[in-house]
Design a protein around this ligand. Structure first.
Ligand code: NAD
Length: 461
């Protein structure tokens, strides 16, 4: 898959072409670049939030906290009215001057996203990931700039849709940021420069990426709730909405592997299952996945993700090269050892020696990457510079989805076969009347994949 990176460091001739095309379009409309970046010559950016949960509220707050003038929240949508109200109340406390949402622009329901897209210039897509390809498609078709959270899909048809719409976004000169915030974090960017520009570890030959942690929230079914709305609310536990935690969470570390290696794996095989998730209520997802990804030239990356308590945790990445090894961690503890084990480079957050800074404090010495995402997006809108993360967002989503296909099926998968798979977990249209794609049996258990076995109704891959 051709995957142009759009980190500021990566200026490609394709980008220059897009930049030229965009400039020509601007010239032919007679608008200045700054004017054309917003809507119809206005100097305002009306922000719309779709998916008013934890991350949506955070992302909206960051979008409203840039230095850009004229940015305000105009409309919100959530599947549940009370969530939209809750996010608005939080945002009114946090950024009171930037929230201009009339009651008539608070939308609820599974089709509410369309109303926000219609009325805003920049939309924040932060629903459960299953919906993302369809919301992205609607936003691109409507010509809106987009911040969308990772992962960008839960299955191969969803990834293909995002790739198709990414091209349309380029044709329309839209700006797209994907919430893989390590790409916007100073320690990772400097570490990448040590690998790519300074050649400090030589050629990468292998890697390890981890998201081993304790688990996630659970939301009980309310007595008045339909099975569909229960699953949407408790989305994490259903493959059609979440894609499993290898996709939802571990994608961050998998994305770092693709980014540092400079492409996607050619195949994957692995194993996984449920050891602590032993109750029916935990839906369909596994509590551990182990995947061996093979990249071009036989470069191997071992990926582990676990949702279990009482065991060792790790959220980090390491890559071994012909000349040394790089250790990466979003706390800022990033360093390179040579083949003798001597440390030859250390990241210095805010110019300080990391040894002097305790724990997460190191993170606070650097700009918050969640904020940088929105600063970068709005600067690209303002300056009309090319920015489209949807390609690498889709590639890393596909890498995670391929890993899940491998752990659910127990089979080895090739990239092209995985990408072209017709297996679709997320239905194209969901209305409140839709039957959910999976239902519990009489015993309350949902169908769960077992490698090598044909479980009726289970997400085989
Ligand atoms: N980049 C990061 O570090 C990071 C951190 C957390 C979450 N995320 C991502 O953000 C997304 C949201 O996660 P969250 O933690 O905010 O979950 P959440 O459950 O707190 O919020 C999701 C919201 O979307 C709403 N929703 C569901 N279906 C909808 C629909 N069809 N239309 C409109 N609203 C709908 C839900 O009611 C809920 O309010 C996920 O993709 C997640 O992976 C990213």
């Amino acid at each position: 898959m051709n995957t142009p990176t759009t980190t500021p460091a990566a200026a490609t001739s394709r980008r220059k072409f897009i930049g030229t095309t965009a400039a020509a379009t601007v010239a032919s409309t007679g608008l200045t670049v700054a004017q054309s970046a917003n809507v119809a010559g206005s100097d305002q950016i009306k922000v719309g939030l779709i998916g008013c949960g934890g991350r949506g509220t955070g992302a909206a707050s960051q979008a409203l906290s840039t230095k850009q003038e004229g940015v305000f929240l105009h409309a919100v949508a959530d599947a549940f009215k009370e969530k939209a109200d809750g996010a608005l109340s939080n945002l009114r406390n946090k950024v009171p001057d930037k929230v201009k949402v009339d009651d008539a622009r608070i939308f609820a329901g599974t089709d509410a996203y369309q109303k926000v897209i219609e009325s805003c210039d920049l939309v924040i897509l932060t629903t459960p990931p299953g919906f993302r390809p369809y919301h992205f498609e609607a936003a691109v078709n409507a010509g809106k700039n987009i911040f969308m959270e990772k992962p960008v899909a839960v299955d191969s048809p969803g990834v293909r849709k995002v790739l198709e719409m990414a091209k349309v976004a380029d044709e329309k000169n839209l700006k797209v940021v994907v919430g893989l915030q390590r790409r916007y974090q100073n320690c990772y960017r400097e570490a990448l420069a040590q690998v790519k520009e300074q050649g400090l570890i030589g050629d990468i030959v292998s890697g390890q990426v981890y998201w081993n942690g304790g688990g996630i929230w659970f939301r009980d079914k309310r007595p008045d709730q339909s099975e569909l709305m229960y699953q949407i609310n408790n989305w994490y536990f259903f493959t059609w909405l979440c894609g499993d935690h290898i996709n939802e969470q571990h994608i961050h570390n998998i994305d770092v592997a693709n980014w540092f290696i400079g492409g996607h794996p050619v195949s994957a095989q692995g194993m996984g299952g449920r050891m602590q998730r032993t109750e029916a209520k935990f839906g369909q997802i596994y509590d551990h996945h182990y995947v061996e990804y093979t990249y071009e030239n036989g470069v191997r990356v071992n990926s582990q993700c676990r949702h279990q308590s009482g065991v060792a945790n790790a959220v980090r990445e390491e890559f071994t090269g012909t000349k040394g090894k790089i250790y990466l961690d979003n706390s800022g503890r990033c360093y390179v050892n040579n083949l003798k084990g001597e440390t030859i480079w250390k990241y210095r957050p805010g110019g300080k020696d990391i040894g002097d800074v305790k724990g997460k404090a190191a993170k606070r010495l650097d700009p918050d990457p969640y904020q940088t995402e929105h600063d970068t997006l709005q600067a690209a809108i303002r300056d009309n510079t090319p920015l489209n993360n949807a390609y690498y967002g889709a590639e890393s989503t596909m890498t995670a989805v391929m890993g899940r296909m491998a752990t659910y099926s127990g089979k080895e998968l090739k990239w092209e076969d995985a990408l072209n798979s017709k297996v679709q977990h997320m239905p194209a249209i969901i209305t409140p009347e839709s039957e959910p794609p999976v239902s519990p049996g009489a015993d309350g258990w949902y169908p769960i994949a077992i490698p090598g076995k044909d479980i009726p109704g289970a997400p085989v891959i």
